[in-house]
Design a protein around this ligand. Sequence first.
Ligand code: NDP
Length: 342
Amino acid sequence: MSSAKTIRALITRTKGVSAQVETLPVIELPLQSTVKNSPGECNLLVKVKYSSLNYKDALVVSGKYPGLKPPMIGGIDIAGTVQESKSDLFKEGDEVIMNGWGVGTDHYGGFAQLASLRSEWAMKMPKGLDALGAAQIGTGGYTAMLCVDALVRNGVKPEHGPILVTGSTGGVGSISIAILADLGYKVTAVSGKTSSTDWLKSLGATDVKARSDFEAEGKPLVKEQWAGCVDTVGGNVLANVLSGTKYGGSVAACGLAGGMNLPTTVAPFILRGVSLLGVESALLPVAKREEVYGKYAEALIKSKKLDKVCEKAQLLTLEQVPDVAEKMLKGQIEGRYCVTPE
Ligand code: NDP
């Protein structure tokens, strides 16, 4: 185990009560993963350089995550250096990134100086990225890459028409805009924040629509407008997006920021051949992750758009995370926040 005997960590001890920074004995880090879909030995000890704050992290940190199993350390994203390895896949000193697999919700995550992980969960640092860039991309950016890739693989091309991005000031939404714009798509952002129009345009949106235009219960079909959509919101918003998607268009659905339900009809599917593409990031095999990072991450860094995505967010200390988490749950923040456990 590590030479340090204790680490600093942000720990949620009680349901409904915000996490606090504590000094934790290293021996309390898990030796085994009991995560349902990926049990086994934790054979990798990673010194966390950066994590980031995602919606799920905000729920864990505020004690509001449904199914929270306290004590828990949030932090779905981890970018850091291998300190000890019992795996052939990695050696001491390797730079790695990791997200998903139940880490931060069901297994101690990245809001701590060290994380004890399974080597099967980790990825070597992709080309062109460093630890901060990787944390800035994080689960949000990685999910954005998966959503864009789903649209591309389903045949949506820039010449087919505008692509809608909902929840656009969020982590997934903002990075989706940046990637899509870079690939030559015309992007219409949907946002609940009128004050963010200029920022969304600086990321590459050509047009910004009010979220309220999509929130009322809609008709089964309306005028065909969108060639595709990255939807992070669900609920009525997704139903209205489907109603206005063009013949043969595709909608990648990854989120539920506006609700779990989907009050739609079969009309968009059977009368316009619209495809609804489900995107799940947490349990995706590493080879698939490497593929999307290989396609989109380096360009995202080079475009400097990631700096723009993060420009309104300072780097958070562990102590600062609970307050920002509360704001995130109220939908009051923009872009992506990174966290340093130092
Ligand atoms: P963020 O909290 O960063 O952003 C969510 C955005 O949604 C907000 O910025 C806001 O954008 C909008 N929003 C907030 N509250 C509401 C509301 N009540 N109704 C409608 N819109 C709302 O979250 P992320 O971008 O990190 O994640 C987005 C969604 O994707 C979440 O539901 C998350 O759980 C999910 N997710 C799913 C993954 C998967 O594997 N499928 C992986 C990662 C995330 P605006 O004000 O601009 O409208």
